[in-house]
Design a protein around this ligand. Structure first.
Ligand SMILES: Cc1cc2nc3c(=O)[nH]c(=O)nc-3n(C[C@H](O)[C@H](O)[C@H](O)COP(=O)(O)O)c2cc1C
Length: 202
């Protein structure tokens, strides 16, 4: 019997129960219904520090992620990333980009790069080989289309997805989410969450 798919969600929202939390949960609920095992990492509760740009992890050759000098939650998170069959990357737009919380995480993905001293730029350890699927979730106060076209949020999420060797199969950019203090996931976003879940396990 084959094991069920394990889908890992990495959420860079600061706010508990806000749009991003609800959108990620909605995708994961759909995935649960489709028989997947799911895990929701809320970076605000996750103990990782800032990348120190020491590049020690990037000196180690090979396809496996390098080892960071910091002993925090990142090693565990990298293990989860390696084990997962697919990913949800999510962050709201703050100042035209992902939150600093998500950016801090994505900089720690340096372990997925090989960049020995003397080499002009890094090569990515997972550039070759099979690509696992990823979906992206972002939101903003501006209208969604404007957000998609002008903000870096979706692009930043995509860079994180590519760095770990995954392929973005779908994304959801929702605008006009900051009109009220308490957000309720709109029906359109719920329908989109179902599409994203199906794309992940297709
Ligand atoms: C400090 C801050 C900066 C923000 N910057 C932007 C922005 O540049 N553009 C935009 O459309 N919305 C911006 N927003 C609105 C957020 O994107 C919106 O509230 C968020 O998507 C809701 O997600 P959440 O419920 O998960 O927090 C900002 C919100 C905050 C608090």
């Amino acid at each position: 019997m084959s094991r069920s798919k394990y889908i890992l969600a990495i959420n860079g929202s600061y706010r508990s129960g806000g749009f991003t939390d609800q959108a990620v949960d909605s995708v994961l609920e759909n995935l649960g219904d489709l028989g997947a095992e799911v895990e929701h990492i809320r970076l605000r509760d996750y103990p990782i520090g800032f990348c120190r740009n020491c590049r020690q992890c990037m000196q180690q050759p090979g396809d496996a992620p390098g080892t960071c000098v910091q002993e925090d939650g990142m090693a565990d998170l990298v293990q989860k990333i390696e084990k997962a069959d697919g990913y949800v990357f999510a962050a709201p737009t703050n100042f035209s980009s992902v939150t600093a919380l998500f950016k801090r995480f994505s900089e720690r993905l340096a372990v997925y790069g090989y960049w020995p001293w003397g080499q002009l730029s890094p090569t990515f350890r997972k550039a070759k080989g099979p690509k696992k699927p990823a979906v992206l979730i972002s939101s903003c106060a501006a209208p969604g289309l404007l957000g998609r076209l002008t903000y870096g949020t979706n692009r930043n999420l995509r860079i994180a997805a590519r760095t770990i060797g995954s392929k973005v199969v779908s994304s959801m950019v929702t605008g006009m989410v900051a009109q009220e203090q308490d957000v309720e996931l709109p029906p359109r976003a719920r329908r989109r969450a179902s599409v994203l879940a199906h794309r992940l396990v297709a």
